[in-house]
Design a protein. Structure first.
Length: 398
């Protein structure tokens, strides 16, 4: 059987997981795919004395790039540089590339896809969004016949864990964050997760793939979960809803809006009961209606498993580009202030009366405040209201 040789760039959490899966499941991968896959090199700056990887360890990328026997490069280094330079050089040398690097895909996806197309090879990145959850390939292949009307996802395990703990324990954000950091579920610097930036990169990638044109991370209107309080969770429970932070792209009236923000979800919403560190992505197609993909969005083996799936696909289509539409051209988006939502709002004062839109009052749970749910209004209308009122907090409804 023709042997496929792989060079793995980076022997960190995901890279070592890839090597582990390719070794442990070698027989069944060969059996199911008809391909024998060999890890010929692992590139890392470090030494790994006592680890069998040492026998294939190299410290110079040029060795991998210049070896004609290497058919597939796996990039699990993370970061933009030198990952971008190595991936680009690999593609230009005619090697398929599989990466788990979300930042790389968000920043350089269309350029790398184009090089792969020109070289008749593949640039694959299943693990870059949703870790072990198959979502890139389903959007590219299984849903390509659909006009995608919505993608909404719990795209970040850290924030889903924090919101779940706040809901289950009635605890404050800061306390749960600290506990999550102690348990290793949140980074020391949790900004990218709790402020929604990580989810913004992921929804930007999913939206670009769904519509074939680029959405940049900075085009995504983003609100994190740092303002969600234990008091808000009390209201959520009274309203029989769950607070979840979603990355969403919605196609409505011919335009697409995109955001990351916390929502109050009805308990029967497909994403309402996805708890803990789990991720889940709902895609709504005009023919299919809704389909939901759920699983572990991070972690060594789930993420590495998605990378290995790409390696197997690259092995099957070694010299054939699998068409993937994602052009550099920007996807036109509806300006955020024109999008509409219903808001749950808490304002200071016992006898507050809203004007300018209809409201449905919610019994107040705390002294000195009024709570209500607005009719559907534009973000511009809500901002004008917020700027002229003592709003304690607000959460949109979905
Ligand atoms: N910090 C991310 C999360 C890891 O919590 O989901 C995966 O991107």
């Amino acid at each position: 059987m023709f042997m496929i040789n792989v060079g793995v760039l980076g022997y960190g959490t995901v890279g070592s997981g890839v090597v582990e899966i390719l070794k442990k499941n070698a027989d069944l991968i060969t059996q199911k795919s008809g391909k024998e896959i060999n890890v010929k090199y692992v590139l890392d700056l470090r030494e790994f004395e006592g680890d069998p990887v040492q026998s294939v360890l190299v410290h110079d990328f040029e060795i991998i790039k210049n070896d004609p026997e290497v058919n597939i490069v796996v990039e699990t280094m993370g970061g933009l540089h030198p990952a971008y330079e190595f991936v680009k050089a690999s593609l230009e040398a005619g090697k398929n590339v599989c990466t788990s690097n979300k930042a790389l895909v968000e920043a350089f996806g269309p350029e790398l896809i184009k090089i792969a197309r020109e070289k008749n090879i593949n640039f694959l990145f299943e693990a870059a969004v949703g870790g072990g959850i198959p979502i890139i390939r389903p959007i590219r292949d299984c849903l390509c016949q659909e006009d995608i009307l919505e993608i909404s996802g719990i795209l970040n395990g850290t924030t889903n864990y924090i919101l779940t703990e706040m809901t289950d324990k009635g605890a404050a954000f800061d306390d749960v964050l600290k506990d999550a950091q102690d348990k290793g579920y949140a980074e020391k610097d949790p900004t990218a997760d709790v402020c929604g930036y990580d989810a913004a990169r992921k929804i930007a990638i999913l939206t670009s793939l769904s519509y074939g044109k680029t959405v940049k991370f900075e085009d995504v209107y983003t609100e994190g979960i740092t303002e969600i309080s234990a008091e808000d969770i009390v209201y959520a429970k009274k309203l029989d809803k769950k607070v979840k932070i979603l990355g969403s792209a919605v196609k409505k009236d011919g335009g697409i809006s995109i955001s990351v923000m916390p929502y109050l979800l009805s308990k029967d919403h497909p994403l309402a009961n996805i708890d803990g560190v789990y991720n889940s992505i709902m895609v709504v197609g005009n023919m299919l209606d809704d389909v939901v993909f759920t699983g572990q969005g991070a972690g060594k083996l789930p993420t590495a498993s998605a990378v290995v799936a790409d390696v197997v696909e690259a092995a099957k289509f070694l010299n054939e580009n699998i068409y993937l539409e994602w052009e550099e051209e920007k996807l036109p988006l509806i300006p955020f202030e024109e999008t509409k939502a219903q808001f749950f709002v808490r304002v200071k004062g016992n006898d507050f009366k809203a004007s300018g839109f209809d409201v449905q009052n919610v019994p107040s749970e705390f002294e000195g405040e009024t709570a209500f749910i607005t009719s559907e209004i534009t973000e511009k209308e809500f901002k004008a209201f917020k700027d002229s009122t003592e709003v304690i907090n607000y959460i949109r409804l979905k």
